[in-house]
Write a protein that binds this ligand. Sequence first.
Ligand code: NAP
Length: 498
Amino acid sequence: MPVRICVAIRDSTTEGAVAAISHASAWADLVEIRADYIQDLDLGRLFCEKPCPVLFTLRSREQGGKYSGTEISRLETILKAARAGADYVDVEYSAFWQAVLESVPRQRVILSYHNFEETPAGLESLIEAMAATGAGILKIATRARRLSDNLKIARALKYAATRQWNLCALAMGNEGIPSRILGSYWGSCMAFASLPGSEGTAEGQVSADEMVDQYRVREIGPETQLYGVLGKPLAHSLSPLIHNAAFSARSLNALYVPLEAADLDDFLEFDASYPVQGVSVTIPFNEVACTLAHSLSVEASETGAVNTLVRQKSEWHGENTDVDGFMRPLRRHMHIGRMRAVVLGAGGAARSVVQGLHAQGASVCIVARDAAKAKLLADKFKAEHAPWDQLQHLRWDLLVNATPVGMYPEVERSPMPAEWLTGEWVYDLVYSSRETKLLKDAVRQGCKTLAGVEMFLGQAVRQQQLWCGDPAPERAMREALDAWMIRTAPGAEIRSSE
Ligand code: NAP
């Protein structure tokens, strides 16, 4: 049975909730009204013009909600809602479910279990007991602490499916995001999502438009090839957006999800059950991922960092596409071989930058606040290094910011004063914004600029080539990123300095 998308709404007024139901119906098969958020609850008004089925939930504080009245009045309100037009009502397994089942037809009752601390083992026996109540739909929402907690949800869903029980199961938190997306394929009868543009009602909730358009949850099946980004934390990763756009453009039955893991073993446990065909690797796994790969590209081996894993039969090949991603926009603009470059920072990104520039014959000087780190990196690639207080005296054709200075939310910060920007090109690797303070200063000082989104796009394009072959759908990837930029910062679409 296809999954039903349930958009959860939290609004503080009845009128606001009515408007939100109408907005949600663009994506929703049903809408959950979290009535515990509504301060002027008017049941007659709430259900009078609903464009799709509505689930009524009145969660108490003990159950993670806002309702602070007595349990008797909570029960009475739930029963009133069922009579007033709610298509479904939620009742917790720890509360008065018997009383609800005596008054509301069982197929309209969602019996729910929440665990905000963990995803316990043995969910199957819990489901068995919940199914014995006779409720028409069962819901289990637990807190994931590890990526492999998603496997407990998958097992629970399969167990329920073999018994033909209607179960919706998911794990909350960023580690549990795969369960929200893959749950439909594992047999979940519903997928909860947040209303686009609004705050979610639970941690890790994905917005309804992302569920439908980006993750294509209605289309996922056993043939879908799984890809993902491995890191921690991953809350704001743009990689799912750009790679799912690429898979759509290629008409591939493939899906890319965030894989927030506690450690490498945690990822491997997940991968053993649901093999991932290609992985983007990010902080803090770039170095440890080298140990996983049976072969490494020159860039990965020289930088000692893997940002891409490509499955080759039963083994992994490790690549570092940050090098190519960084160099790609540069190659379009300049002769790198004769260039003098100053690189700010001596961390992971700086390593890729220095490796790429060094391989093309540029002369590089590394400036970092930690002089020992700058020297270590400089020695590895036969580069120079200089202390931060000498920065204003250095001459350069290209300045690269490989520090996080200027990243959202500190968008008004720049790693150096505007008057020190005396060279030709400034390349800011920060990509949370298209126009960082450094780049704005650079334009004012007459420099040409390259933005970090170009590198981000470039490294993802290379990943697509490695996973799925040429040509990578760069245009679709750029459009997805551009649309995101316009949504989050109007007027900041991707442009290059040409
Ligand atoms: P990292 O490994 O943590 O290295 C950061 C470097 O910046 C370190 O040398 C650090 O010095 C230095 N630094 C941090 N805060 C500083 C400050 N206030 N003033 C001066 N130096 C400072 O991080 P990373 O992975 O290299 O990432 C660096 C930046 O590049 C981030 O903004 C990241 O988002 C961006 N990036 C962009 C792309 C892309 O595709 N556009 C790819 C990778 C990274 P200490 O060692 O002394 O802390």
